[in-house]
Write a protein that binds this ligand. Structure first.
Ligand code: NAP
Length: 375
């Protein structure tokens, strides 16, 4: 039997609940799909709070080396303290492995409750640039020596008017990072026969960052793609605030959303809400060498250990991984099992609360229900 080695990071907060509900399903799907010729061999890796508790460091060397060697991993959510404490391990992982594309597909599954009329028309992908913009993490706290120096420079040298008591953040967006991201997404869109690309920006206000992102994206399209693919795929752009309204009112008109970092972050959660919420929204962070698959949601600490949250987002992220490592049949089996289970009205609290008369099941019960419907 061929062993498929898959490194996994269980994650913080609800991470262990989700992992426990999903593991057997993922293993069985591979065994069933490939008629006992393949099986998963998990490689347990640490990162974040758990790594700090067990190894005294947030990211052990072993984790980095294993991911570099295997070139992919699945990861649960990691907690980041707000307003202090350690930096975001999620952002750090994306930086050290140069995972410059964040991909978040949003596709309706029958049986999911939705706040909109025709959710079955939703089949889009939010692509988010993963290295620039607010992910650079360039900030200085108000009333510190550093922020005073930056404010002095801005006011005295650059001739702008920044209040002395400001915290300062800088949002750089570079041509090089934008172009390689856009190239990757356009190649993906073409090879996956997508029909339309929409550049989502706030270039009316931030002309030299978001506006530049828009211009560089169009340039790449003109220079490298339009001549060969101009008849197959459309490209347009939209101002980010309008995009939020459009995607709620007419989601079927959108297909591939090409976003700078912060817009993509907000927009992917908004789109997830249209098909049932963060509990069903998978994702991947992808670079030229390595890809890490993870749910869009965070560690939801208030639900940690309650065996309550929805594991679908994590399971669908694993399905993306299966596709990435050429195990598409395992992905299909799981997707069908999810659809069957939801159609029978078996769902966790986050979905059940939107439907009359549906009693929620626990996270672990939902995992078992999926396993029983894996055919
Ligand atoms: P969050 O963990 O995503 O949770 C926000 C809300 O989303 C939850 O309160 C819950 O909504 C819903 N939700 C999240 N996961 C769910 C699931 N599996 N099933 C059903 N519903 C789910 O966001 P947060 O509370 O802002 O962040 C918590 C921590 O996670 C922070 O430290 C943050 O930095 C971190 N984070 C990590 C990642 C990552 O690892 N990639 C991503 C985002 C955030 P209801 O309350 O309505 O039930």
């Amino acid at each position: 039997m061929e062993k498929i080695r898959i490194p996994y990071i269980m994650g913080d907060g609800t991470g262990p609940d989700i992992w426990n509900a999903s593991r057997e399903l993922l293993e069985e799907a591979v065994i069933k799909a490939y008629d006992h010729e393949k099986e998963i061999e998990w490689i347990y890796l640490l990162a974040g709070q758990k790594a700090l508790e067990e190894k005294g460091v947030l990211l052990p060397e072993e984790t980095v080396e294993t991911v570099k060697e295997v070139k992919f991993a699945i990861k649960g959510p990691l907690t980041t303290p707000v307003g202090g404490g350690f930096r975001s391990m999620n952002v750090y992982l994306r930086q050290i492995f140069d995972l410059y594309v964040c991909m978040r597909p949003v596709k309706y599954i029958r049986g999911l409750p939705s706040p909109i009329k025709n959710p079955e028309r939703i089949d889009l992908i939010v692509f988010r640039e993963n290295t620039d913009d607010v992910y650079k993490g360039i900030e200085w706290e108000a009333f510190t020596e550093d922020s005073r120096r930056v404010i002095k420079f801005l006011n005295e040298v650059m001739g702008v008017d920044v209040a002395e008591d400001s915290g300062i953040g800088i949002k750089p967006m570079s041509k090089k990072a934008t172009e390689r991201f856009v190239r990757w997404v356009l190649n993906y869109a073409i090879s996956h026969k997508r029909r339309k690309i929409t550049i989502v920006h706030k270039g009316n206000i931030m002309k030299y960052t978001e506006g530049a992102f828009r211009a560089w994206a169009y340039n790449i399209w003109e220079e490298l793609f339009r001549g060969s693919y101009g008849n197959d795929i459309q490209i347009n752009d939209i101002i980010a605030d309008n995009m939020f309204a459009q995607v709620i009112l007419r989601p079927e008109e959108y297909d591939v959303l090409l976003c700078p970092n912060l817009n993509g972050d907000y927009l992917s959660d908004c789109c997830a809400a249209l098909i049932g919420g963060l509990g069903v929204a998978p994702g991947a962070n992808i670079g030229d060498e390595i890809a890490i698959f993870e749910p869009t949601h965070g560690s939801a600490p208030k639900y940690a250990g309650l065996d309550m949250v929805n594991p679908i987002s994590f399971i669908l992220s694993a399905c993306m991984l299966f596709e990435h490592i050429k195990l598409p049949k395992a992905k299909e089996l799981i997707e069908k099992a999810i659809e069957r289970t939801l159609k029978e009205g078996i769902m966790t609290y986050d979905l059940a609360r939107h439907l009359d008369g549906v009693k929620p099941v626990k996270c672990s019960e939902f995992g078992k229900a999926l396993l029983q419907r894996l055919e």
